[in-house]
Design a protein around this ligand. Structure first.
Ligand code: NDP
Length: 445
């Protein structure tokens, strides 16, 4: 690590004990910043890194609610308002039993740079709860969301902090959250949440945006080597929002998507994933991947081993952090993978990332490749502010141009800082400079 950054990192470990995912996210950014600090001493002089590392505000709160059996349940809620140099805090809410402050901080920290890369006026934040929606009835999810918003409402607003979805938070949860916000504030403030259903002022393409954007980024990356998705064999992990629409876009571009997964196992479907069936099972019935296999002859469910053992040309990890470890990278490289694009946040471990880069595999980090979701959230905010609704085609065209611009910015920045083709460095440096310059302009605040 750069000698200027090492003592700062030691302090990160000291001040944020036990938050391993946060440490990992910081390390990844720090590994890119040495040349930037050498070229721009004002960032160190102004303690920009130390200020960036400390969230502007962290809110942790009790979320009590009553389950269907009449039992009182208590969860913990989080909102980390990380950095508002470029605009209101913006980032999703995650409902998953693994959630604790270290996960929310890693996600919020990454979000600052991702949002900067979109070129849109949004700061970085993230939130969530250790609530597990799996197996809960709609009524339980509604009561939980209402209790969660009963604290959160006082911290958010269209000019302050605009949450959206993430793992475990989709259109249903955003609807319940918005309903409670409206009831508590007596304001129909559409721009306070994004990822809303169309009836509540949501944007077309928001549902598809993260998955589509990831594939658009990967398509651009493949293009630098004269390739495209057409005819490629693709493996996608996860079976949620990002995975489903990554599969849809990859198939639309002519790819042969043969596998997906959830936390119960992975499915190999050599005939090509039946997307209508996957949507029916996952989005409509909220089922498991086994329910897909039960209705699809030829598809096989594996509950042991790794999805990354399946030979493919393009791998799209779209489930969760650290799901693609060193062993997975070795198997993918051995089987000739050409490109890896992260639909999820930090799904590839640092060791695996290094292996891909050393092997010359095209590698797109999540903070660039999955920025299409938050970019389209910002477009939703624009439509809400204008009381307007754009067409699917118009919104998808904006998404395409944002993803192309992010790709080109990352590529150009990597080249400028002496690491051509290194999208990790390109994304970290370009995102950092944008935020750092805005912070300097505002003085010490
Ligand atoms: P969903 O809840 O819709 O889907 C998540 C999928 O990942 C599910 O199939 C889930 O399986 C699987 N998964 C989650 N946690 C684990 C785990 N610990 N082990 C194995 N599988 C797991 O979430 P999204 O699709 O919205 O999010 C997926 C990733 O993309 C996350 O990293 C998120 O931060 C990132 N992301 C999402 C954006 C969005 O717009 N939604 C924007 C940018 C990034 P199961 O149901 O069995 O738990």
């Amino acid at each position: 690590m750069d000698p200027i950054l090492q003592p700062i990192f030691d302090e990160v470990l000291q001040r944020n004990r036990g938050e391993s995912e946060f440490h990992q996210a910081v390390t990844e950014v720090f590994d890119s910043l040495g040349p930037v600090l050498a070229k721009n001493p004002q960032y160190a002089d102004q303690a920009i890194i130390q200020r960036l590392l400390e969230p502007e505000r962290q809110i942790i709160f009790r979320v009590p609610w009553v389950d269907d059996a009449g039992v009182v349940q208590v969860n913990r809620g989080f909102r980390v308002e990380y950095n508002s140099a470029l605009g209101p805090y913006k980032g999703g809410l995650r409902f998953h039993p693994s959630v604790y402050i270290g996960i929310i901080k890693f996600l919020g920290f990454e979000q600052i740079f991702k949002n900067a890369l979109t070129g849109l006026p949004i700061g970085g934040g993230k939130g969530g709860s250790d609530f597990n929606p799996q197996g809960r009835s709609d009524a339980e999810v509604m009561r939980f969301c209402q209790s969660f918003m009963t604290e959160l409402w006082r911290h958010i607003g269209e000019y302050t902090d605009v949450p959206a979805g993430d793992i475990g938070v989709g259109g249903r949860e955003i609807g319940y959250l918005f309903g409670q916000f409206k009831r508590l504030t007596n304001r129909y403030e559409s721009g306070v949440l994004t990822g809303k259903s169309l009836a509540l002022g949501g944007s077309l393409v928001r549902t598809e945006a993260t998955g589509y954007g990831t594939v658009m980024f990967a398509e651009q990356m493949l293009g630098t080597r004269g390739e495209s998705f057409d005819g490629q064999r693709v493996v996608v992990s996860g079976a949620g929002n990002v995975s489903t629409y990554a599969i849809e876009k990859a198939q639309a571009l002519g790819a042969d998507v043969v596998a997906f997964s959830d936390s119960s196992g992975y499915v190999l479907d050599e005939a090509g994933v039946d997307l209508d069936l996957l949507k029916q099972v996952k989005e409509v019935e909220r089922g498991r991947v086994a329910d897909y296999v039960a209705r699809r002859s030829g598809a096989k469910l594996q509950t042991t081993g790794s999805i990354w053992d399946i030979p493919c040309d393009v791998a799209l990890p779209c489930a969760t952090q650290n799901e693609l470890p060193e062993d997975g990278a070795k198997a993918l490289i051995k089987n000739g993978v050409k490109a890896v694009a992260e639909g999820a946040n930090m799904p590839t471990t640092p060791e695996a990332t290094t292996l891909f880069q050393e092997a010359g595999v095209l590698f797109a980090p999540g903070k660039a490749a999955n920025a299409g979701g938050v970019a389209t959230s910002a477009l939703e905010m624009q439509q809400n502010a204008q009381r307007d609704t754009w067409t699917f085609e118009q919104t998808e065209a904006r998404l395409t141009s944002v993803m192309t611009s992010i790709h080109d910015t990352c590529a150009a920045t990597a080249e400028e800082y002496g690491s051509p083709g290194d999208y990790v460095k390109g994304a970290n440096i370009a995102g950092f400079i944008k935020v750092a310059d805005a912070m300097i302009t505002m003085g010490v605040v």
